[in-house]
Design a protein around this ligand. Structure first.
Ligand code: NAD
Length: 508
């Protein structure tokens, strides 16, 4: 059984947990409720600056030791952690469903992502390599080394309450860093569960230093306090664009490094050469999966006018067949929105779309029959838009799919790129010319560009992230590990002369 040991005598969670130690504070009381039925799950206290400072001092002291542990040994800790996550996969998924409201299938998928990134990081721990570069000087060697960076601060959003941390944490750990995590105020138990399993894994590994990781609970104020601390050379922040703008400015002001994974406004182009039945399945999963609350959710469908009506008819039919309700039931494909504000935002967006000339084709209603009382359950909305109006250009974190039409591929790409966000994108076409154009330098301007698959559901092996207002960060696979290290260029003279670069003469 997964036993979270961090409860205080009064039943509240402590403000911070480092290793397995709890730190209490007299900070702001917080409570989190489950999106399933609005019931209170957890009382906790926000960490005070004093608690944050105590945690930071311990993470700094642990970093001094951890950075000297060989990277493959650091990988051993991540391997043990991954084993613990495997052991508790179902319980962890249930916790995600409880706190974030995702369906159990999607929560299991998220825990699998944590396991996958652990495996990736273990392999990586033997491949943190630099280049050897030809020196212009005789008897000189030039090379680069990658060194650990320091304590890393991870700020995460509610909708991926374990995987986003794991993408950052597993890589940062094998790279030799210690970790502070400020999770979303919506999902404290998910964070404490990860912390708990990591602390157990530390005990599994011989001579593993303590205090490698901490969870610090709190709201945006606590996040802001932590972001300001020079002790964190890297701040990795996942969340909305307004949050990213604030974090980026604070970190830039102290010349720190920020890794931003922010909102998306993802689109799919469907051409006359598309396999429409394949496209249909991809559209529905991308648009309504996680009830439209993924950063990669499909929000704009840019469809050629010749196939538009056929696709709309199929989409309405598919939407009518969706089962919506308690995310713990395996029959339901859609769970609740996270809270009342999300419903207000959805309602407001549908109304604005109609005012801007859109036609509501389906959904956009709040449901009360056959769904748990106290949660916010909605029918996903399909809106036919006359053009890319202001509301279409904004990310509304809810299941609304705007449908736009086009005549030429050039026009489709212009519509596609005509928003400020740049996370995920897709084209459906069996025409290689269309596909290659969309993936080329003149095509999609997003960090993720797919052909004949949807916008959501990325694998961990590739670098994940987006351009423009999405923040420019890349996490997870490929060479994203370089974010968590500092590069040192070394030039070594093994001869008896001291030739200067660029042939400069400096004779004493
Ligand atoms: P949010 O921006 O409200 O909160 C995210 C986190 O930032 C929370 O932990 C919050 O406490 C903290 N925070 C807020 N303001 C802060 C500040 N000024 N300084 C420091 N910390 C601050 O986001 P949310 O509602 O939890 O999540 C939904 C958003 O996240 C959507 O926009 C979604 O697209 C985005 N998201 C992006 C990715 C990605 O990888 N690009 C992944 C998941 C979610």
């Amino acid at each position: 059984m997964l036993n979270l040991q961090f409860l205080q005598d009064d039943g509240t969670f402590a403000a911070a947990v480092i290793d397995s130690d709890t730190l209490v504070s007299d900070g702001k009381p917080m409570l989190s409720t489950s999106p399933i039925d609005g019931r209170t799950q957890v009382h906790s206290q926000a960490a005070t600056p004093e608690v944050c400072d105590r945690v930071i001092a311990r993470l700094q002291a642990a970093f001094e030791q951890w950075r000297l542990v060989p990277a493959p040994k650091r990988g051993e800790l991540v391997r043990c952690f991954g084993d613990r996550v495997r052991e508790h996969k179902e319980e962890l998924a249930e916790l995600i469903t409880l706190e974030a409201g995702k369906t159990l299938q999607e929560s299991l998928g998220e825990v699998q992502e944590v396991i996958d990134i652990c495996d990736f990081a273990v392999g990586l721990s033997r491949q943190l390599h630099g280049l050897t570069i030809a020196s212009e000087r005789p008897q000189h060697r030039m090379m680069e080394q990658w060194h650990p960076l320091g304590p890393c601060l991870i700020i995460s959003a509610f909708n991926f309450p374990m995987a986003v941390w794991a993408w950052n944490a597993t890589l940062a750990l094998v790279c030799g860093n210690t970790l502070a995590w400020k999770p979303s105020e919506q999902t404290p138990q998910c964070a404490l569960a990860m912390q708990h399993l990591l602390a157990i894994a530390q005990r599994d590994v011989e001579d593993c230093p303590q205090d490698l990781s901490a969870v610090i609970l709190g709201d945006r104020e606590v996040g802001d306090y932590l972001t300001r601390q020079r002790a964190f050379p890297l701040v990795s922040a996942t969340g909305s664009i307004p949050m990213g703008r604030e974090v980026a400015q604070v970190v830039a002001a102290r010349l720190g490094r920020s890794l931003l994974e922010l909102g998306g406004n993802n689109a799919m182009v469907v051409t006359p050469a598309a396999d429409l039945s394949l496209a249909l399945r991809a559209i529905v999963f991308s648009a309504v999966g996680t009830t439209g609350q993924r950063c990669t959710s499909l929000r704009r469908l840019i469809v050629h006018h010749s196939v538009k009506q056929q696709l709309i008819d199929s989409l309405i039919k598919a939407y009518k067949s969706l089962s919506i309700g308690d995310p713990r039931s395996e029959h339901n494909l859609l769970g609740p929105l996270v809270n009342e504000q999300a419903w207000q935002a959805m309602q407001g967006a549908v109304k604005a779309a109609q005012q801007q000339g859109g036609k509501l084709l389906y959904g956009g209603e709040r449901l009360s029959d056959g769904v748990p009382y106290g949660g916010v359950y909605v029918s996903p909305a399909l809106v036919d838009m006359p053009g890319q109006t202001a509301i279409v250009e904004a990310e509304t974190f809810a299941p609304i799919l705007y449908i736009l039409s086009y005549d030429t591929l050039e026009e489709a790409i212009a519509l596609h790129n005509g928003v400020t966000q740049g996370l995920s994108s897709a084209i459906f076409s069996q025409d290689i010319g269309e596909v290659e154009t969309f993936l080329s330098a003149a095509g999609s301007d997003c960090g993720i560009a797919n052909a004949n698959i949807g916008t959501s559901g990325a694998e961990i092996g590739g670098a994940f992230g987006g351009e423009k207002d999405t923040g420019g960060g890349r996490e997870s696979g490929s060479d994203a590990w370089k974010n968590y290290m500092r590069r040192a260029t070394n030039t070594i003279n093994y001869g008896g002369d001291l030739p200067l670069a660029q042939g400069i003469q400096f004779d004493l």
